[in-house]
Design a protein around this ligand. Structure first.
Ligand code: MG
Length: 267
């Protein structure tokens, strides 16, 4: 883990987090310790979360578990589906904008995945859970075991996903690469353990950082990003392009250590 420069962090107004794999274990509910740490952090800083999942996932895995005073929720900003949607708290969570894909793009995406599976003779796991290719409105996502794996199997499902990625990283990147070739006007990214996301072109976490800058009126130099996929091919990697200061973490346990330090930094 990199060493945090405290003097630098004091100058930051906004901490931007990835959700899946960073604040929560993949597709699993946030735990009570993370909730407490984030409340402490919100007392001193503003926080934004950019995740690949849709708002309903934020609700189920994050908001429902977040025990936070209402006053502090005003300092929290949610950017689901890679910031194609923005929610902010004002007497309840309010949608500020949404940029959905059109129907023809959605069917092109489904076809691209199916064609690539055929071309490389990719076989789905024998047992899958829920939809494999899900239309999330502003994003279409392919998930190796289906969208509901972790909801059905819990921790066992998470282990399965981790194992799949360890054994099939190359296959995942190959599928993502070939699908991207078929969809030159759309953005294709490998995300999470077993997911590939497709959005409108130019929508990645760099776009997210700029959306945050625009809507929260906070310059990038005043932000600090924390995510578990800040490496080439990872869905957090795009933030590097924006010049934002960042810190990679391997998992929520590492993220907790950092939040613990950040929460002690007074403005
Ligand atoms: Mg992540």
């Amino acid at each position: 883990m990199k060493i945090l420069n405290l003097r630098k962090l004091k100058k930051k107004d906004l901490l931007v987090f990835d959700l899946d794999g960073t604040l929560i274990r993949t597709k699993s509910p946030m735990d009570a310790i993370m909730s407490k740490l984030l409340v402490r952090l919100l007392a001193v800083k503003k926080v934004a979360i950019i995740g690949g999942g849709q708002y309903s996932v934020f609700q189920e895995l994050f908001l429902r578990r977040f025990k936070c005073p209402k006053e502090l929720l005003k300092k929290l900003f949610l950017f689901p589906t890679t910031s194609t949607v923005f929610y902010k708290y004002k007497h309840g969570w309010k949608k500020i904008y949404a940029l959905p894909l059109n129907k023809s793009d959605v069917s092109k995406i489904r076809k691209a995945f199916k064609d690539v599976f055929k071309e490389i003779n990719y076989k789905h796991p024998e047992k899958t859970y829920g939809q494999l290719i899900e239309n999330r409105g502003t994003q279409v996502s392919f998930s190796v075991y289906g969208q509901d794996l972790v909801r059905v199997l819990g921790k066992k499902g998470v282990k399965m996903k981790e194992r799949w990625l360890r054994n099939n990283f190359k296959t995942k990147m190959k599928i993502a690469g070939l699908v991207a070739k078929k969809l030159p006007n759309l953005e294709v990214r490998a995300a999470g353990f077993t997911t590939i996301d497709v959005t409108k072109k130019g929508i990645d976490k760099a776009y997210g950082i700029r959306q945050i800058q625009k809507h929260l009126k906070i310059p990038i130099s005043k932000m600090f990003f924390i995510g578990d996929a800040i490496f080439p091919g990872g869905n957090d990697y795009a933030v590097v392009r924006t010049g934002v200061d960042y810190m990679p973490v391997k998992n929520p346990e590492e993220a907790k250590k950092i939040i613990n330090v950040l929460a002690k930094v007074e403005k």
